[in-house]
Design a protein around this ligand. Structure first.
Ligand SMILES: Cc1ncc(COP(=O)(O)O)c(C=O)c1O
Length: 400
C-alpha cells in the first residue's frame, strides 16, 4: 500500500515537472475493468462519466483488446495514399446508420467539427457565404476555430483575435437564428443535446424549424454529435430520438454529422458523415489528416459497433437512462433542482456547487463529470447495467 501511495505521489510530481498544467486533475488511476476504475491506493470507483462519453463499452473490454491485437499484428497504419478494408467497411456501416452520403475520418471531435467548418466554407465560397451560426452555451472543441464556434466566451479569453465568421445565438430559439441569417451565412451548427453546456436537449420544434429555415435560405445544417451521438440517447444520433413520433420528422436530416468519442470506445477517432449532395465536395488536396481512418482505429471502431449491434446496447442505454432518471427524481433531494437528458446523457442540476459535489461523490466512490451551471453529468458506457445504476443512486443518496 505504501509503495502504491509512493507511486501516486511520484506520478503527481512528474506531472508537475513535465506535463503542461492545462487540466485540473485529481486521482491517479492505474487500471479499469468494465464500469470500474482503481486508483493507486487500490480504491475502486464506479465510472459513470465514461471518460467523458468515450468508453462506450466500459474499461478494458475484451472485444476492443482483441481487435487491437489482431489488427496490430496485421496492418496498423498505411496513410491515406492507399485503400484499406477496415476503413471501407466502417464507412459503409456508418452511412447505413443515417442515409446516403460519405464519411471523412479523423481523430477527435474538434477535428470532426473542423471538417464541418471547412465544408461550410467550401460550399458557401462560390456564393460569398462563410459565416456559421452556433448556439450560446455550446461546446465544439479547443482548436482555434473550435473556440470561435463554441458559444462560451471563457474558452476564448487570451486567445484573441478570434477566428472570424462565427455568430452565437440563444439555443432552442428559432427566431434568433432567423434574425441572425444574412447573405453571408453558410451554415448553422448545433448539438442535439448541449453536453458541456449543462445537458440541455434541443426541442423537436427547434430542430424541424431549423431544417426548414436552412433549406429555405440555402444554407447547411451541421450537427455536432460528438458527445450526445453514437447511440448514447438510444438511437444512433440524438435527433432520431428527439424526433421520435413527431410529425414531419421523417424529412429531418442534417447536411453533415460530426462523430467522435464513443465511436472508438477509447481509441482516438473522429468521423464526419456528409450527405450525398455534398459528399464529393472535398476533392484530393482540399482536406486530410495523416491518421484519419487508419486500419487500427477503424478495426477498433468496427469491433465497438459489432458489440453495440449484437448486444443491442442502444436499447440497453435507453432503458438504463429511464431508470436512472426515475431513481434520481425519486430521491427527493433539495440539492437536486432538476434531472434532465435521456439515455446515457443525463444531467442533474444542483442548487449547490457542482465541482464540490463531484469531489464529494468521488470520495464516496462515484465518478461524474461537472458541466456548466452546477450540473453533474452521467455519461456511462452503453453497456451499463441496472446494478450499476442502483449503486450510483445509492452513493448519491448517501452523499448529497
Ligand atoms: C459536443 C462536443 N463537440 C466537440 C468536442 C471536442 O471533442 P474532442 O475533445 O475530441 O476534440 C466535445 C468534447 O467534449 C464535445 O462535447
Amino acid at each position: 500500500m505504501e509503495q502504491e501511495q509512493n507511486k501516486a505521489e511520484s506520478v503527481r510530481r512528474m506531472y508537475a515537472d513535465f506535463v503542461v498544467p492545462s487540466y485540473q486533475r485529481s486521482l491517479t488511476l492505474t487500471r479499469g475493468e468494465g464500469m470500474y476504475v482503481w486508483d493507486a491506493d487500490g480504491q475502486r470507483y464506479l465510472d459513470m462519466g465514461g471518460g467523458v462519453a468515450v468508453n462506450s463499452l466500459g474499461h478494458a473490454h475484451p472485444r476492443i483488446a482483441a481487435a487491437l491485437h489482431r489488427q496490430a499484428l496485421t496492418l496498423t497504419h498505411t496513410s491515406n495514399l492507399y485503400y484499406n478494408e477496415q476503413q471501407a467497411l466502417l464507412a459503409s456501416r456508418l452511412v447505413k446508420q443515417l442515409a446516403p452520403g460519405k464519411i471523412f475520418f479523423c481523430n477527435s471531435g474538434a477535428e470532426a467539427n473542423e471538417c464541418q467548418y471547412k465544408l461550410a466554407r467550401k460550399v458557401g465560397n462560390p456564393r460569398g457565404r462563410f459565416e456559421i451560426i452556433t448556439a450560446l452555451n455550446s461546446f465544439h472543441g479547443r482548436t482555434l476555430a473550435g473556440i470561435a464556434a463554441t458559444g462560451q466566451g471563457k474558452v476564448r479569453v487570451g486567445f484573441e483575435p478570434t477566428v472570424s465568421g462565427f455568430k452565437h445565438v440563444p439555443y432552442n430559439d428559432l427566431d434568433a437564428v432567423r434574425a441572425a441569417v444574412t447573405d453571408q451565412t453558410a451554415a448553422v451548427l448545433i448539438e442535439g443535446i448541449q453536453g458541456e453546456g449543462g445537458v440541455t436537449p434541443a426541442t423537436a420544434e427547434y430542430l424541424l424549424g431549423l431544417r426548414k429555415l436552412t433549406k429555405e435560405r440555402g444554407i447547411l445544417l451541421l450537427w455536432d454529435g460528438v458527445q450526445c451521438g453514437y447511440f448514447r440517447t438510444g438511437r444512433f444520433q440524438s435527433f432520431q430520438r428527439i424526433l421520435e413520433n413527431v410529425s414531419g420528422a421523417a424529412e429531418f436530416l442534417p447536411d453533415a454529422v460530426a462523430m467522435a468519442k464513443s465511436i472508438g470506445g477509447g481509441f482516438p477517432m473522429g468521423a464526419v458523415w456528409i450527405n450525398a449532395g455534398h459528399a464529393d465536395v472535398f476533392q484530393p488536396g482540399t482536406h486530410g489528416t495523416t491518421y484519419g481512418g487508419a486500419p487500427l482505429s477503424c478495426a477498433v471502431a468496427n469491433a465497438v459497433l459489432d458489440e453495440i449491434e449484437e448486444k443491442n446496447l442502444a436499447a440497453n442505454i435507453r432503458a438504463m437512462g429511464e431508470l436512472l432518471k426515475q431513481k434520481l427524481s425519486g430521491l427527493g433531494r433539495a440539492s437536486i433542482k432538476e434531472v434532465r437528458g435521456m439515455g446515457g446523457i443525463i444531467g442533474i442540476a444542483l442548487t449547490v456547487d457542482g465541482a464540490a459535489a463531484a469531489a464529494k461523490l468521488q470520495q464516496a466512490g462515484l465518478l461524474l463529470i461537472p458541466a456548466t451551471g452546477n450540473v453533474l453529468r452521467f455519461l456511462p458506457p452503453l453497456n451499463v447495467s441496472e446494478e450499476h445504476v442502483e449503486e450510483a443512486v445509492g452513493i448519491i443518496k448517501k452523499t448529497l
